[in-house]
Write a protein that binds this ligand. Structure first.
Ligand code: ZN
Ligand code: ZN
Length: 403
């Protein structure tokens, strides 16, 4: 169970304590008490992990091998069946005027009608036998997958980042022929999207209502879909993923886990924690060997620089931890995927606390769950890539190295 971005740094406002140390977390503390504790560098000491690269590392995949960019995981997270070699992008639906200038990067924060708009782009065929797969995500977000034609992910972003500019010309980063071809196709597709979408019924309706139309797509974050050994094949574990955000669902999907839909999961501090708990308990009752659980609110509060909300969310997520602790006969690992310090409003490379409870663990003397307390535990300091080895060993599933 990964409480996204929960770890933090000592804060002046908290008299040198961290939000996790200040929040009331009786269940996490009990977890520390009856388990073994340590601190974990998700990737390596000092490396600022993304949520995606950290999760890959914790699941035993080398992110330096399999991570090519955010696009493939976002695409897999919204349910696109991606294939190795596909080039995937994150996209914004944006608003362009008739001179090709982006006037709103988020198309009036469009919420409805994106499915219909996406269908107008999905299925297009481009030069070199390239097929376009395009799907809406949440709000103004979407994913684009280009399949076929020996394309490359070494291309720049089209998003100009600031309104008042035209889409950025996509260029080949490495100057290769495949990347040049990909850049050319993308530039054409962006222009084509405006032609297709400017008079789309959903947009005509939006204009009538005084809302910005979603009349152009802006791809970014290109990544080639990697070859990833399925989790079940790697470990022999039937697994499911209970996550809120497209990115983590994408990790689950690409590694071949079953994705469990959770009603009311928003990925924010307003998420429905009761509903998440219900999903965990009912999924655990099914025939799975391994559950990956990610709850995102603490990370959001950290990115927002909102100390009060972070402390409050950690306090509330503690009850979910309590329910998971009741699951019989399970090895339960509680950790975070990285620190998202309120003061920094982004991820940092600090290690995160980790506690494991289960029938075989050597219980240590740590009595509370926090960044500082965990450093005194029996696991000392580990890396994300150690976690699955320990899971396999603690459940007597690992194979012996040597005679
Ligand atoms: Zn994260
Ligand atoms: Zn984050």
């Amino acid at each position: 169970m990964i409480i996204d971005g929960m770890a933090d740094r000592p804060m002046k406002e908290l008299e040198g304590k961290t939000p996790l140390e200040v929040a009331e977390t009786p269940n996490m503390d009990r977890m520390a008490k009856i388990g073994i504790n340590g601190i974990m560098d998700p990737i390596q000491p000092g490396i600022r992990a993304g949520s995606d690269t950290s999760h890959l590392s914790i699941l035993g995949y080398d992110p330096y091998q399999v991570y090519t960019g955010r696009g493939p995981f976002e695409a897999a997270g919204v349910g696109v069946e991606v294939h190795p070699g596909d080039i995937a992008f994150r996209c914004n639906f944006s608003t362009a005027n008739d001179k090709g200038i982006i006037t709103d990067r988020r198309a009036g924060r469009i919420r409805e009608g994106t499915k219909e708009i996406a269908q107008a782009i999905n299925g297009l065929h481009l030069e070199y036998g390239v097929q376009v797969i395009f799907k809406e995500s949440t709000g103004h977000r979407a994913v684009l997958v280009l399949r076929g034609g020996n394309l490359s992910d070494q291309v720049s972003d089209a998003d100009p980042k600031y309104e008042g500019n035209p889409p950025k010309q996509v260029v080949a980063i490495d100057g290769s022929e495949d990347a040049n071809k990909t850049a050319k196709l993308l530039n054409e597709l962006i222009q084509k999207s405006y032609k297709i979408l400017k008079d789309h019924p959903v947009n005509l309706e939006r204009i009538k209502k005084g809302e910005n139309p979603a009349n152009i797509i802006l791809p970014r974050g290109a990544g080639a879909v990697p070859e990833v050994q399925p989790f079940q094949e790697k470990y022999g574990l039937r697994s499911a993923c209970i996550a809120e955000t497209g990115l983590i669902k994408g990790i689950g999907n690409i590694t071949g886990m079953d994705l469990i839909d959770v009603d009311g999961a928003t990925g924010g501090v307003d998420t429905d924690l009761d509903s998440i708990t219900t999903s965990i308990v009912s999924t655990a009752a099914q025939d799975y060997d391994f559950l990956l659980i990610n709850i995102d609110g603490a990370d959001e509060a950290g990115h927002d620089g909102n100390l009060e909300e972070k402390v409050d969310f950690i306090k509330r997520v503690d009850s979910v931890v309590g329910k998971v602790m009741e699951l019989d006969n399970a090895v339960f690992i509680l950790t975070a995927d990285h620190s998202t310090p309120v003061a920094i409003m982004d991820h940092t490379g600090d290690p995160v606390p980790l506690a494991i409870k289960g029938p075989a663990v050597r219980v240590d003397d740590v009595n509370s769950f926090s960044e500082r307390a965990a450093a005194n535990g029996g696991m000392c300091r580990i890396r994300g890539s150690d976690v699955m080895n320990m899971v396999m060993d603690l459940t007597n599933r690992s194979t012996k190295f040597g005679a």
